[in-house]
Design a protein around this ligand. Structure first.
Ligand code: PRX
Length: 660
């Protein structure tokens, strides 16, 4: 039998777009920046010496003997032999340095209540919570589940666990009782910390009933601590349930922190996998804190005595763990903590908060930025945003147009924007511009941070040339890396380390441009195959968002009669574009063709009012593929708003669909 002649190897991922805009830092910013260009060379010369130097940012009760033990890859040990207490590093040592009166958090509740919490007050509260938990029998190594709204007590609960060496698992308050139960059981937590409820979108939403429901089948949970936030009625199980204000707030304010091994588990954070049950990502103490502390200081150019820092994300995600709690507190930063949504009670709430607290560094997700674009720039225009000096994004590729909108309308064209790529698994930011060093390109994460080593490889794991696309990998271990999947070493090795032996496979597509800079192209599971070309959804979405009528776009590949996949785009129009006019679909298809080329011209464009998103803001393309291929819609239970798919379907049925 004849074998097919070998043609040129297909590119793992096409490089479709070029972006000409570059925004270098201003000379003033560059001259006073925390990190300079030389950090890259220093880290490259001797990565372990570099990380040892960063570890000196922390206070160790016993210094490490070896920076990295990589003798049993992919199971890493960092700062071997070192001992420290994470909570001490986030609290007590700042008091010892005379910073007790510095504000740790400006808390802004959604209904408008606010609290200012100093480092001294936070330390007292954490000691009280640690004493209470110890009284409930929590010992080093025991797991504690936390299911809370975005309130200061959530931070207190996490740090109290860290202080006791009891790994926490924070479950996002928007998750269901089933999700909570699965996580409690998987990590075998015996204590749960929760609240009666929290405020979201103008309503008091209950949390305690979900805990009660989850615990029906969790016989080992013996204690539940309940914070009173909303004053809602709650069910009560005598002997098991305890009010926070009757226990924690009455407890002794002194607690001596014990030092734990650098590799002592700090927390387990569950993240969804492509199949089956969520993965419990395990982070440990020393390396994780070094990574968060260093990146929070370097990537945001933190000046702890003057900046007001705000990560507008939920503590229930890794972004909240690393950049609301551990990074900022280890650096003695002053942060804003906001409980609610950006549109409660009005669409200018974020900008009002920035104005009120003179926030100087804002970190948020591209999905939020695209929502603000949709609402229009006149809303932020009503507030004084002059205090801002660094802007950041995380969570998804940011479309160049959204980046430029953020830079112009929020940063008033003078504030650097850092697009930071990382994952729950990496624990810390990995690829990002440095605000005082990098001439940033809109939409590019640019370059691995000093001390981090990343590459873009082809199907065989070979680095791709400049100008090509492929798979993002990390080529060296890093301090905040996950250590394993809780209770499942085999899945850890298979998921991250077997696609390309010796390399960490992130699951993301990426490209290197002609300068060698890195652009993220979305999850590889979202790659489309159009006439034999593998195209990333990200670049086509960005082309759509660059059209003045478009606020947000999601692109999927839908199987077509010819056997390949056709490009189907779902588009949300900007508020000021009205219904887009009778020719909007044709206009957008031509626009994509013009921006990228004929290959990327969508077969179909559907104008929709909403897009299906997970609770962390990621677009669920799987459901859009179902619509595009006219299948029944799959599982919608992980959607932030489960009615969205109905709205989309109704909208399409009403005739707003554009066919080619
Ligand atoms: O696909 C990448 C995308 O988000 C994934 C990680 O998601 P998660 O573990 O929930 O953590 C989000 C917060 C760190 C990545 O595999 N992602 C994250 N940041 C970026 C990004 N994609 C492109 N650009 C980014 N800056």
């Amino acid at each position: 039998m004849a074998t097919a002649p070998e043609g040129p190897r297909p590119s793992p991922l096409e490089n479709l777009t070029t972006e000409e805009r570059v925004f270098p830092p201003s000379p003033e910013f560059a001259s006073s920046a925390n990190l300079h260009e030389d950090a890259y060379a220093e880290a490259e010369r001797d990565p372990l010496a570099f990380w040892a130097k960063q570890a000196e940012r922390l206070t160790w009760s016993k210094k490490w003997e070896t920076v990295l033990d990589w003798s049993n890859p992919p199971f890493a040990k960092w700062f071997v032999g070192g001992r420290l207490n994470v909570a001490y590093n986030c609290l007590d040592r700042h008091l010892e340095a005379g910073l007790g009166e510095r504000v740790a958090f400006y808390f802004e509740g959604e209904p408008g209540d606010s609290r200012t919490i100093t480092y001294a007050e936070l330390t007292e509260a954490v000691c009280q919570a640690a004493n209470t938990l110890a009284g409930l029998g929590v010992r080093a190594g025991d797991r504690v589940a936390i299911y809370m709204p975005m309130i200061p007590e959530t931070v207190v609960a996490m740090l109290a666990c860290a202080r006791l060496g009891a790994p926490h698992t924070v479950v996002f308050g928007g998750f269901s009782s089933e999700a909570l139960q699965a996580r409690i059981l998987d990590c075998d937590a015996h204590v749960v910390i929760t609240a009666d409820g929290g405020y979201r979108r103008g309503n008091a939403t209950a949390l305690k009933p979900a805990v009660d429901e989850a615990l029906v089948d969790c016989p080992d949970v013996h204690s539940v601590l309940v914070v009173r936030r909303t004053g809602q009625d709650v069910g009560w199980t005598e002997g098991r349930d305890h009010w926070w204000h009757e226990t924690v707030e009455q407890a002794d304010i002194h607690h001596d922190p014990e030092a734990f091994d650098a590799e002592h588990p700090l927390y387990v954070m569950y993240t969804s996998g492509t199949t089956g049950k969520p993965k419990g990502i395990l982070h440990t103490s020393g390396g994780y804190l070094v990574g968060c502390s260093y990146t929070h200081w370097g990537v945001f150019d933190l000046k702890a005595d003057t900046d007001v820092f705000w990560t507008a994300a939920d503590i229930g995600w890794v972004t909240g763990h690393s950049y609301i709690v551990y990074g900022p507190l280890s650096n003695a930063a002053t942060s804003v903590l906001y409980e609610g949504t950006p549109d409660a009670p009005h669409r200018g709430r974020w900008w009002e908060i920035i104005d009120k607290y003179k926030v100087s560094i804002l970190y948020c997700a591209p999905t939020a930025i695209r929502t603000f674009m949709k609402w229009g720039e006149d809303i932020p225009g009503r507030f004084d945003l002059g205090s801002l000096r660094v802007l950041g994004t995380v969570g998804e590729p940011i479309n160049p147009e959204a980046y430029v909108w953020y830079r112009e309308n929020i940063g008033h064209s003078r504030v650097p924007v850092v697009d930071t790529w990382w994952q729950t698994e990496t624990g810390m930011q990995m690829i990002s511009p440095l605000p005082g060093v990098t001439p940033a390109k809109p939409g590019a994460a640019m370059r691995a941070l000093p001390g981090v080593f990343a590459d873009v490889v082809d199907d065989e794991g070979r680095p791709v040339p400049k100008g090509s696309g492929g798979y993002l990998v990390l080529t060296e271990p890093w301090p905040a890396m996950l250590r394993t999947i809780w209770g499942d070493d085999k899945r850890y090795v298979e998921t991250y380390w077997s696609r390309f032996p010796g390399l960490y496979f992130a699951g993301d597509g990426a490209k290197r441009d002609e300068d060698g800079d890195i652009w993220l192209l979305g999850r590889v599971d979202d790659v489309m195959n159009v006439s034999g070309h593998r195209l990333s959804t990200t670049e086509i979405e960005s082309a759509l968002v660059a059209h003045p009528k478009v606020a947000e776009a999601a692109v999927v590949g839908a199987s077509d009669e010819v056997g390949g996949q056709g490009i189907v785009a779902f588009v949300i129009l900007r508020a000021d574009a009205g219904d887009g006019g009778p020719d909007v679909v044709q206009e957008l298809r031509e626009h994509v063709e013009h921006e990228i080329g004929k290959i990327a011209r969508p077969r179909q464009i559907m104008i929709v009012p909403e897009l299906p998103k997970t609770r962390s803001g990621k677009i669920m393309r799987r459901l859009l593929r179902d619509v595009a291929e006219q299948r029944p819609i799959g599982d919608v239970t992980t959607l932030a708003d489960t009615t969205v798919m109905e709205t989309i379907k109704a909208n399409l049925a009403a005739g707003a669909e554009g066919q080619s």
